[in-house]
Design a protein around this ligand. Structure first.
Ligand code: ZN
Ligand code: ZN
Length: 367
């Protein structure tokens, strides 16, 4: 290669300053990479639709994506929860293995995505005791899930150039493998970021105009508290009966996202789905397949869904540690599918449910 040509790795940096002689350079210390990555994930800003210099308080806080008093409290033991997210973040320390780890409830599920004032005022209806299931409470939970996903995606895209330094001192072949993996990953993430930026804008305007006509919701209330809580949004690719709904990476249409909250409202677990847009697109089809499940299979189905699709998932420690090893291994394989470690999602990823993680009944449905 000519030294001043753009590097083969796609970094947009000239080869001379990028990959030329990289195999001869000392490896970058993993501790430094990890701390740079952490910095990207803690850059705070306020996600409120009216965020701005005049309306925000100065202080960006570690906002809970799952309300602490109602949601997380129901699965906390001795101040701790079992965290999938912390396990995924520790993947480098664990040489590629993902194991959920104990995490203090104070920091669990938080992101620096709201100012103090807006976090308190916006989510008051779902934070106070006795808050119940309504279109408005699901809208708020959904809004927070979307804000969280956008925040995380922005950080992930900023983190790509940091990850691209992982191959210092490695052979050319290894450099090529690392960079190719990161490149495809980055393409997908940038695509996802564009979608999320546009989805978040639509939620902002639905909030400001107080117009919820484009917003769809479906939720069930279980008859007790489940041992798992989760919050996030995802592209529904496959449904609960093994149908393909949309295939990512094909075509240029915007893929449709659905937000999913598994949390506790008014003393029982609630599984709430919310989405903006089409009333008969992939999110609606996804929800229809969930409705068709026998009521006694729904609690296990939402737990498996959280493992399969969301990193922002937390379990009651004694429940997780008390599961048969085979069940735990299965859950970990689902968590892996949710990260980019597994290439393509199996069409029966949600339809095949060999382990009844829970058999709690449904008390009511909404939407
Ligand atoms: Zn390069
Ligand atoms: Zn604010």
């Amino acid at each position: 290669m000519h030294p001043y040509d753009p590097c083969w790795c796609g970094s947009n940096i000239k080869w001379k300053w990028c990959h030329k002689d990289r195999e001869k350079r000392p490896p970058v210390k993993i501790g430094r990479l990890l701390s740079e990555l952490r910095d990207q994930y803690s850059q705070g800003y306020c996600s409120h639709p009216d965020a701005g210099a005049e309306t925000c308080s100065q202080k960006i806080i570690r906002a809970h994506t799952i309300q602490r008093s109602g949601g997380l409290a129901g699965i906390t033991e001795a101040g701790h929860v079992m965290s999938v997210k912390a396990g995924v973040q520790a993947i480098f320390d664990n040489e590629g293995r993902i194991d959920p780890i104990l995490d203090g409830v104070r920091g669990a599920s938080t992101f620096n995505g709201f100012c103090n004032f807006h976090d308190t005022t916006l989510f008051r209806p779902v934070e106070i005791g006795g808050s119940t299931l309504s279109a408005e409470s699901v809208f708020l939970l959904t809004f927070r899930a979307i804000a969280y996903e956008l925040y995380t995606k922005r950080a992930a895209v900023r983190a790509v150039p940091i990850q691209q330094q992982m191959d210092y001192g490695a052979s050319f072949l290894k450099q090529a493998i690392v960079q190719q993996h990161l490149h495809y990953n980055a393409v997908g993430m940038k695509r996802g970021l564009i979608d999320l930026e546009s989805i978040k804008k639509r939620y902002d305007s639905a909030y400001r105009s107080n117009d919820r006509s484009e917003f769809s919701v479906y939720a069930v209330e279980f008859s007790e508290v489940l041992p798992v809580v989760a919050c996030g949004a995802f592209y529904p690719e496959v449904d609960f009966s093994g149908n393909q709904l949309q295939k990512l990476g094909r075509g240029s249409a915007e893929f449709e996202q659905i937000a999913f909250n598994l949390t506790i409202l008014n003393g029982v677990t609630v599984a709430a789905f919310g989405w903006l847009g089409s009333k008969n697109g992939p999110p609606a089809a996804f929800v229809e397949s969930f409705k068709e499940l026998p009521d006694l299979e729904k609690s296990a189905a939402v737990i498996q869904l959280a493992f399969e699709q969301l990193e922002n998932t937390y379990m009651r420690p004694s429940w997780w540690l008390g599961l048969p090893e085979e069940w735990r291994n299965f859950a970990v394989s689902k968590i892996k599918a949710g990260t980019s470690l597994v290439e393509e999602r199996e069409v029966d990823a949600l339809a095949k449910r060999p382990y009844p993680f829970s058999v709690v009944g449904v008390r009511s449905e909404f939407g």
